[in-house]
Design a protein around this ligand. Structure first.
Ligand SMILES: Cc1cc2nc3c(=O)[nH]c(=O)nc-3n(C[C@H](O)[C@H](O)[C@H](O)COP(=O)(O)OP(=O)(O)OC[C@H]3O[C@@H](n4cnc5c(N)ncnc54)[C@H](O)[C@@H]3O)c2cc1C
Length: 229
C-alpha cells in the first residue's frame, strides 16, 4: 500500500518569537506540492525507531508558515507549558533530523472575494494568519486581533498596522467586541483555542448578524485534550 507519509530533513531551527520555533523541512519530496496559504500538515512526532508509536495519536497538526515549491516548508511551533509530544518534538528538533508528515491539506484558507478580512485567534492561529496575510492583495481590507501571553509572542506578520495584539487575562471575544470594523459582514477567520473560537463565532453571528457562512472557524487546541485536527 502506498504510504500517506512524506519525508524531509530538518534544515533550519530558529526562534521566531520568545516561545515559538520556526522549523524548516526540506527535501525533493517537498517540490511542487499543492499548497494554499492557511493549509497545514500533520507531522509524526513519535520516535521513528519505535513502530508502536506510529499511531494517529502521535500526529500533530501544524500550519504552514511559508512554502517554497523548490522544496521546503516552514512551521512555527509554540512551546506551551503543558508540552505534549508536539511541543517536545519542536524542543528537540535539530538540523539533520528526519521529518515525517502528510501532504498539505485543509480548508482554513482565504476567500479572496471578501469585502474585508477579519483575523481573530491566538498565537498558534497567527502562524496560519501569517501565510494568509502575505497572500492577500495589497488592496484587500484587513482587520484583526490576536491574543497571546505577552508581547514576546508576537510573530512578524504582514499588514501588522491593521492587527491588534492583546494579552491574557484579556479575552478574545471582548477584544473583538471593542475592535473597530465595518457594520456589514466581511469574512472572519477564527482559529486557536476551541471554546474561544465558538465564543467569537457566537458574537459575530448572534450579536453582529453575520451568517455562519461568513465565519471560517478552525479549532487548533483545547485544554485537557491531546492532539486535534
Ligand atoms: C489545523 C491546525 C493547525 C495548527 N497549527 C499550529 C501551529 O501553527 N503552531 C502550533 O504551535 N500549534 C498548532 N496547532 C496545534 C498543534 O496541533 C498541537 O495541538 C499543539 O502543538 C499541542 O500539541 P502537544 O503535543 O504539545 O500537546 P498535546 O498532547 O496535544 O496537549 C497537551 C495539553 O497541552 C495543552 N495545550 C495544547 N496546546 C496549547 C496551547 N497552544 N497553549 C496552551 N496549552 C496548550 C492542553 O491542555 C492539552 O491538553 C494546530 C492545530 C490544528 C488543528
Amino acid at each position: 500500500m502506498l504510504s500517506p507519509f512524506m519525508h524531509g530533513e530538518v534544515t533550519q531551527v530558529e526562534p521566531i518569537a520568545e516561545r515559538m520555533r520556526r522549523i524548516r523541512i526540506s527535501g525533493p519530496e517537498l517540490r511542487d506540492l499543492d499548497w494554499v496559504p492557511g493549509m497545514h500538515i500533520r507531522l509524526r512526532v513519535c520516535d521513528p525507531r519505535r513502530p508502536g508509536t506510529w499511531l494517529r495519536g502521535f500526529l500533530r497538526t501544524y500550519s504552514i508558515w511559508d512554502y517554497s515549491a523548490e522544496g521546503h516548508l516552514d512551521m512555527c511551533i509554540l512551546d506551551h507549558p503543558a508540552a505534549g509530544p508536539g511541543a517536545l518534538w519542536s524542543r528537540r528538533a535539530h538540523v539533520g533530523d528526519v521529518a515525517v508528515f502528510m501532504r498539505p491539506e485543509g480548508r482554513f484558507v482565504l476567500r479572496q472575494d471578501a469585502p474585508y478580512h477579519l483575523f481573530t485567534g491566538d498565537e498558534t492561529a497567527a502562524v496560519a494568519f501569517g501565510a494568509m496575510l502575505r497572500a492577500l492583495s495589497p488592496s484587500a481590507i484587513v482587520h484583526g486581533v490576536i491574543l497571546a501571553d505577552r508581547p514576546g509572542d508576537q510573530l512578524p506578520l504582514a499588514r501588522s498596522d491593521r492587527l491588534t495584539w492583546v494579552y491574557r487575562p484579556d479575552e478574545l471575544p471582548d477584544a473583538v467586541l471593542s475592535l473597530d470594523f465595518p457594520g456589514e459582514p466581511g469574512v472572519a477567520y477564527v482559529a486557536g483555542e476551541a471554546r474561544t473560537c465558538q465564543a467569537v463565532r457566537g458574537h459575530l453571528v448572534n450579536e453582529r448578524g453575520w451568517s455562519r457562512r461568513d465565519v471560517v472557524v478552525k479549532p487548533f487546541w483545547a485544554p485537557g485534550r491531546r492532539g486535534m485536527d
